[in-house]
Design a protein. Structure first.
Lengths: 250, 218
């Protein structure tokens, strides 16, 4: 497994090796062409490269599209926001189904972005060792763009608060949103779709009045509610604020 | 302040890609092409993209491009005309059916995170294939011409269909197109909802474990 990064990037090579890379390739950022050129050239030059995996987000998915457009003849399959990957197929959930793409013809590379919520929490193994390879820029060196400040709405957690909750509950919900880099929303007809993971707090509306939830849904409430039937996990407790305080502080 | 961007002096049209999504996938679907028999609707993000185009390029000619069953609604939502194309499961195949030999001042694509490929992917691909500048809309600004603008979708309410345009939308010429793709479907077991009724501490621990998987701690 090869990890790709920049020679002066934010994550050091040792750390990438401890997370599981056998080799770390560090590029000089080129003045022209940027990431699409770097990765397209790497796919072209690296024989036997079976798959390139990206963390799924709005900018990485755009990058994947640029790479596909640049070297279509080298790409065998293409799937974004995959829930699972193995040596034969990439799969993603779509409305109660798994949509599957198969096939890795010889000499071609699969491109896939992986939904980060579908992989277990990574851990650093300090006993691992690996190689580090530096790749100099072909032309003039450039300055890499800053990390994107915008994330896909499918990765942003939404803390959805029902009507009539206390000030204290709202304050705790806001702290939870801050902790998980999410956004705080109050239930209203204005919210039609929630793409990202959602924590619904005391959301008592009927199912037909709820937004469409496209990702994981957790419900926390003081009594049983209709949303419990569609939430993956529901906690029902009269000590709602105590539970929220533990989540904020844990 | 709301900025109104006027179309280019040479009056090139603006293309909005409208993603069609099935209202529901039939339980016997096995292949992507089995979607041919489904009922379709425009994705929420496409409605957001059309609303963005109609309000930003007020005096521009907007052309909606997408799978035929959703194009009349696109016209009712503000596009002047429609260009039908098949429904594909790969962004490169989808792009192959874009209007050929035509230039656009801007191409607008909604985020569409709930489809096989996202709007981000398609917009990135278009930017390379057509040599357009890739932009992500993040607020009112002036947009360079010859750019592809990706419109993020927060999931909030989009404007309704303009009832004054319904007659126009019914009269628009839409050629029926098919469904193209090699992906396959496998039915997935619906996860059983889990109800936590133990102590507050135990419930919090179970939720924390789940949250560690689905959200990053700041």
């Amino acid at each position: 497994m090869i990890a790709l990064g920049l020679s002066n990037g934010p994550t050091n090579a040792d750390s990438l090796i401890r997370f599981g890379a056998d080799e770390v390739v560090q590029f000089d950022y080129p003045k022209v062409g940027g990431w699409p050129l770097l990765i397209s050239n790497f796919i072209n030059s690296e024989s036997g490269l079976r798959m390139v995996i990206f963390p799924s987000d709005i900018m990485t998915n755009a990058l994947m599209g640029m790479i596909l457009a640049s070297i279509p003849e080298k790409i065998s399959s293409y799937l974004e926001d995959a829930d699972s990957l193995n040596s034969d197929e990439s799969a993603k959930r779509l409305d109660g189904f798994l949509l599957i793409q198969k096939g890795t013809p010889e000499g071609k590379t699969r491109l896939a972005s992986l939904k980060l919520s579908s992989v277990p929490e990574p851990f650093e193994d300090s006993s691992r060792s690996g190689k580090v390879r530096a790749v100099a820029a072909d032309g003039e060196k450039g300055v890499p763009p800053p990390p994107p400040i915008m994330h896909s709405w499918s990765t942003v957690p939404v803390i959805l608060v029902g009507q009539g909750v206390t000030e204290e509950t709202t304050k705790l919900a806001s702290q939870l949103a801050q902790k998980y880099s999410g956004v705080l929303r109050f239930l209203s007809g204005k919210m039609e779709v929630v793409y990202g993971p959602c924590i619904a707090i005391e959301v008592s509306a009927k199912l037909r009045d709820l937004p469409e939830f496209k990702a994981d849904l957790i419900s926390i409430s003081s009594k049983k509610l209709p949303i419990n039937s569609i939430a993956e996990i529901s906690a029902v407790t009269p000590e709602l604020d105590k539970l929220l305080k533990i989540l904020v502080r844990s | 302040m709301v900025y109104r961007i006027l179309p280019d002096e040479n009056k090139l049209p603006i293309l909005v890609y409208v993603q069609a999504v099935p209202v529901s996938i039939p339980s016997n679907a096995r292949k992507f092409t089995d979607l041919e028999t489904c009922e379709f609707k425009p994705s929420h993000s496409s409605k957001a993209a059309l609303a963005f185009a109609a309000s930003t390029f007020e005096r521009g000619e907007i052309i909606a491009a997408g799978f035929s069953p959703v194009l009349r609604e696109a016209v009712a939502r503000g596009s002047a005309s429609a260009f039908s194309m098949p429904l594909c499961d790969q962004p490169l195949d989808q792009f192959a059916f874009f209007p050929k030999g035509k230039a656009f001042s801007h191409i607008i694509v909604g985020e569409n995170p709930d489809w096989v490929f996202s709007g981000a992917s398609l917009a990135g691909l278009i930017s390379v294939k057509m040599n357009y500048r890739f932009l992500v809309y993040s607020g009112p600004t002036a947009f360079d011409s010859s750019s592809v603008i990706l419109v993020p979708d927060s999931g909030e309410e989009t404007s309704s269909i303009d009832v004054r345009r319904i007659d126009l939308s019914m009269n628009v010429q839409v050629n029926p197109e098919g469904v193209i793709g090699n992906s396959i479907f496998r039915k997935q077991e619906e996860p059983k909802p889990e109800l936590l009724t133990a102590s507050v501490e135990e419930s919090a621990a179970a939720i924390s474990r789940r949250l560690r998987r689905i959200a990053r701690v700041n």
